[in-house]
Design a protein. Structure first.
Length: 289
């Protein structure tokens, strides 16, 4: 949970800008990544960069906690029940952990996106609880909270899978090939070798970059479906396939399906680096090695 919160707070301003760009907010749609980063504080103050972050923290603590815990548990089950080990079981366990965490915390993500998409002076939702009430009453009860779940699950499987797979593989190769150069004894258990902090950050960053590239078009699809009724073209984005086709036809690959990817690298690489590094440090702090 702590690992998730540290990672997301590090990159919260970039998250806000990504949502504004992905869904073509009319105040910022003519701007690029860096010009939007400069324009948001001018229009909404510096706290505008952290809009929706309260909802993000409420969501990300259980999300991070469930994802990391589920990964460890699934890894044991896959190894024990299916007899699959090595790199493949990391990929499978990571995918399953990501899907589990997403399903458990999806309504909070929905609310966070709605809050982050709002611009000062045009508030439809007054806060987290108000957003929950509005979505529940105006958008079909509980099903309203799960709009865009399918592309999220489909996108999360490769994202979480390749993220855990890449980090775990780099870690095991690094410690096997160059233990003295890349590793050090764990703070809580000198018999266990862990990566040095800067190597941890590097491995986490690489894992984030690879995972993001593979799953990004589905992230764009999810955002547009989540924003739903807020967007003028919402009736064209009712299903995952419809939304993918619509974004591709209207905006193409680079300016549609991969719009905001450069920002996502800037956002995702440090986020994953901090997440994995904090997780490894918390494991030592809580004597889990």
């Amino acid at each position: 949970g702590v690992a998730g919160c540290c990672a997301k707070t590090t990159t919260a301003p970039l998250d806000r800008v990504k949502i504004l760009l992905q869904a073509h907010n009319h105040h910022y749609k003519h701007l690029g990544v860096f010009s939007t980063l400069c324009a948001v504080p001018r229009k909404e103050g510096y706290l505008g960069l952290y809009k929706g972050n309260g909802a993000m923290m409420i969501r990300i603590f259980p999300y991070g906690a469930i994802q990391f815990m589920a990964f460890d548990q699934y890894k044991k089950v896959i190894k024990k029940q299916l007899g699959i080990s090595g790199h493949v079981h990391r990929l499978m366990a990571g995918s399953m952990a990501g899907i589990t965490a997403v399903i458990c915390t999806y309504p909070l993500d929905m609310v966070r996106v709605r809050l982050a998409f709002q611009v000062k002076g045009e508030h439809k939702y007054m806060g987290i609880i108000h957003a929950f009430k509005m979505i529940y009453t105006k958008e079909g009860g509980f099903s309203g909270f799960y709009r865009g779940l399918m592309p999220t699950v489909v996108g999360m499987a490769p994202y979480a899978g390749f993220s855990f797979f890449t980090f775990g593989t780099l870690k095991s190769i690094g410690l096997a090939q160059a233990p003295n150069l890349l590793g050090r004894p764990s703070l809580d258990n000198p018999d266990v070798l862990v990566l040095k902090t800067h190597v941890n950050l590097l491995c986490g960053g690489i894992a984030g970059a690879i995972a993001q590239t593979i799953s990004y078009p589905l992230d764009v699809t999810r955002r547009r479906m989540q924003l739903g009724a807020v967007l003028p073209d919402s009736e064209k984005c009712l299903t995952m396939v419809q939304t993918l086709k619509y974004v591709y036809q209207q905006h193409g690959i680079r300016r549609g399906l991969y719009r905001g990817l450069s920002l996502n690298y800037i956002r995702c690489i440090p986020s994953q680096a901090v997440a994995f590094t904090t997780y490894e440090l918390m494991k030592q702090f809580l004597h889990l090695n």
